[in-house]
Ligand binder design. Structure first.
Ligand code: BES
Ligand code: MN
Ligand code: MN
Length: 458
């Protein structure tokens, strides 16, 4: 047993207890009812960072939820790693589908069940505890800065100005992020890119009030029928998005790059079984890994209108609504996708309804280098602790700040995540493997050791 493993064994229960304390705070950034809890989670992270040995710890106010900052400068001449993560979580709704309360963490089958267990409190806390270990055993070989935010799950709207106003404080050589997934516990991987996002809400208005669906049914355009028709038109028979110009900027991967992406093992049967579906469907000409990694998509995330309560009410609604997300790939831009969508959506509205498109948040797609010192350090670290070399993959999700780190601070990121796609992120019964939590704590110090050594040219 090496020193890190020994530290984990010795402190096993405490490492779990502390994470559980963080998981008990319902820091849901999307819902203002939880506002106090979001602030409390920020303070919790700040306190733990300070106890672990961070200096300059501050809960930095923003126009929204605060950013937690902390640092340890070993020697200004040494390289600096900026650790980014988020302490906010997605709403836990629908509560009734959870087998244990979302903010009362519980271990079942070796997994920690709680909202945020994987995304991203469990993964953030691995860094805090790996830092504690490095401080305690004099094993921090370079400088470290922490920037843990509280608005990732709502689009990080105030983080751009925070980083622009704090460029000096955030000066670093690389960003290290654990907020993504691996392929499997015995098939570690590192994401080398993330999709971008354009999220918007549409409102379709027909008659000026809800109508009796018998008296008026057939006489006017029903906005829900219209909305469904418009949504149905947004894909063609080959699963391609019909928005004019949508694919114009999309960068096609070379055969080599595609082959590389497909090095990741993929078992369609197991994938379907996990999701409870009998077939996989998407854009023609691409497989599932490609559809979720390197191809843009458009999905309805929610749709409502008319009567949705108990029983039935015969009503022809005045309005229909939907929330729609587009996942974007290099070199699409969130702003232009939003613009193209809006124009097209307006153009396909049938007579008798008015359409309004309201953009929510967005983020740009990113590709992170796989030939950098930091990526190599992450690969070597995972190789050390998993016993196999990680495969580079593409993550289908989005982390809006990653593109801004590059644009505003000139910093590249390494996406060394320890979750699994099957951890039910954003879903009921989110969980995080106890194995993954401890493996992360074990791997992070290896990353720092390799990174400092490689940067020094050794
Ligand atoms: N950690 C996720 C992103 C993620 C998960 C990337 C798994 C790759 C693999 C992050 O917290 C997230 O959920 N991001 C949001 C974007 C945000 C603007 C709401 C997303 O992807 O929907
Ligand atoms: Mn996350
Ligand atoms: Mn998330």
């Amino acid at each position: 047993m090496n020193k890190t493993q020994h530290f984990i064994e010795e402190n096993r229960q405490r490492l779990l207890d502390e994470l559980f304390d963080l998981l008990r705070i319902p820091s849901v950034s999307a819902n203002p009812d939880f506002s106090e809890d979001v602030f409390e989670a920020a303070q919790f992270v700040a306190d733990r960072l300070k106890e672990a040995g961070a200096d300059q710890v501050e809960v930095c106010p923003t126009a929204g939820y605060p950013v937690v900052y902390g640092e340890r400068i070993v020697d200004p001449a040494l390289p600096t790693v900026l650790v980014y993560g988020h302490y906010d979580v997605q709403p836990a709704d629908p509560y009734e589908l959870w087998h244990s309360p979302p903010f009362d963490p519980e271990i079942r089958d070796g997994k920690i069940y709680a909202r945020g267990a994987c995304d991203d409190k469990g993964q953030v806390y691995m860094h805090v505890k790996a830092f504690e270990y490095m401080m305690r055993y004099d094993a921090l070989p370079c400088n470290i800065k922490f920037m843990i935010e509280g608005e990732e799950e709502v689009g990080s709207a105030n983080l751009a100005s925070f980083i622009v106003e704090n460029t000096e404080r955030l000066r670093a050589d690389v960003v290290l992020i654990s907020d993504t997934s691996m392929i499997a516990n015995d098939v570690p991987s590192i994401d080398s890119g993330l999709r971008g996002l354009s999220y918007l809400e549409v409102e379709v208005t027909g008659p000026n009030r809800d109508l009796h669906s018998g008296v008026y049914g057939g006489a006017v355009t029903n906005p829900i029928n219209a909305l469904c028709g418009m949504i149905a038109q947004m894909h063609d028979a080959n699963g391609r998005i019909t928005i004019p110009g949508f694919y114009e900027q999309v960068q096609e991967l070379s055969q080599d790059q595609r082959a590389d992406l497909n090095r990741a093992p993929f078992n369609a049967e197991a994938y379907m079984k996990d999701l409870g579906v009998t077939s996989l469907r998407g854009e023609e000409g691409y497989n599932t890994l490609e559809r979720t990694g390197i191809r843009p998509t458009l999905d309805v995330n929610g749709i409502w209108g008319g009567y949705t309560g108990e029983g039935s009410k015969t009503v022809l609604p005045s309005k229909a609504f939907a929330k729609i997300s587009m996942r974007l790939v290099p070199h699409q831009s969130s702003e232009s996708a939003t613009e193209l969508f809006s124009r097209y959506f307006q153009s396909i509205a049938p007579p008798g309804v008015q359409v309004e498109v309201r953009p929510h948040h967005g983020g740009e797609p990113v590709v992170t280098p796989t030939d950098s010192v930091a990526f190599r350090a992450a690969s070597l670290a995972m190789q050390d602790t998993f016993g196999v070399s990680p495969i580079p993959t593409r993550g289908g999700g989005s982390i809006p700040i990653v593109a801004l780190f590059e644009k505003e601070l000139g910093l590249k990121s390494v996406l060394m995540g320890f979750g699994l796609d099957s951890d039910a992120l954003h879903s009921p019964n989110e969980h995080y493997g106890v194995f993954n939590y401890f493996k992360g704590i074990e791997t992070i110090p290896h990353f720092f050791a390799h990174y400092a050594r490689l940067q020094a040219g050794a």
